[in-house]
Design a protein around this ligand. Structure first.
Ligand code: URA
Length: 217
């Protein structure tokens, strides 16, 4: 499977073979847990989204298990609760893809679509997966606000948008106008960041409040 430049789909094929280390890890997990999703996790949400949330990569027991971004792990509890609080979802998040939750005007994707060992994709994997992010960004006709979770997601998105990192440094709460769109970023809602209170629910909500303001404004 290869895609010529400029012809990447917005979703990696479930059995994407681009990153040998990630393929090997997927296979290793699949041999232990054959009933898990164990593939490139597709984006989830509204194809007419004006908000795109960009995470890092599937968690091994979360999105890699369930097949839906942020679903079934710690990070998802805060993310889905906050999306609900700001009117970006309908239904109740129950941590599995059959919970009937629907995102409204929002979509969630990941900078890297396959689960990386220790939650840490390497630079080559982030670069290899970026064309899918580029196409995902280009495929949302109403996209207005891009909300990146964490530095890796922020930097991959800056590059996907063809912008310079030195003009768009990452920080919690950074906000850049990029043409008709807004690039907002937050610390990642990981278990580590929330347990250490580097990111509190209030700080996370402030970023979503800002996203809502920019969408309505
Ligand atoms: N699950 C995801 O899908 N992405 C993350 O960044 C973290 C957990």
């Amino acid at each position: 499977m290869t895609f010529p430049d400029g012809q990447y789909p917005p979703e990696a094929p479930r059995d994407c073979s681009y990153c040998s280390r990630l393929v090997a890890y997927r296979h290793e997990v699949a041999s232990r847990e054959p009933d898990w999703f164990n593939g490139a996790v597709p984006s989830f949400g509204d194809p007419l989204a004006d908000l795109l949330v960009v995470g890092l990569a599937p968690g091994v027991t979360g999105a890699n298990r369930t097949g839906r971004p942020f679903t079934g792990d710690w990070a998802g509890d805060l993310l889905y609760a906050t999306l609900g609080k700001f009117g970006f979802s309908e239904g109740v998040y129950k941590g599995h893809p059959e919970d009937g939750l629907v995102l409204k005007r929002a979509m969630i994707t990941n900078a890297v679509r396959c689960v990386p060992p220790q939650n840490k994709p390497v630079g080559a994997e982030i670069n290899r997966c970026r064309p899918f992010l580029e196409t995902r960004l280009a495929s949302l006709p109403r996209l207005k606000v891009i909300l990146c979770l964490g530095k890796i997601s922020h930097e991959s998105t800056v590059r996907a948008l063809g912008l310079r990192l030195k003009d768009h440094p990452f920080g919690h709460g950074t906000e850049y106008d990029v043409g008709p769109r807004v690039l907002l970023s937050s610390y990642h809602c990981s278990r580590y960041n929330t347990n250490t209170r580097r990111l509190t629910p209030e700080m996370f909500e402030d970023v979503f409040r800002r996203a809502r303001e920019r969408l309505e404004g």
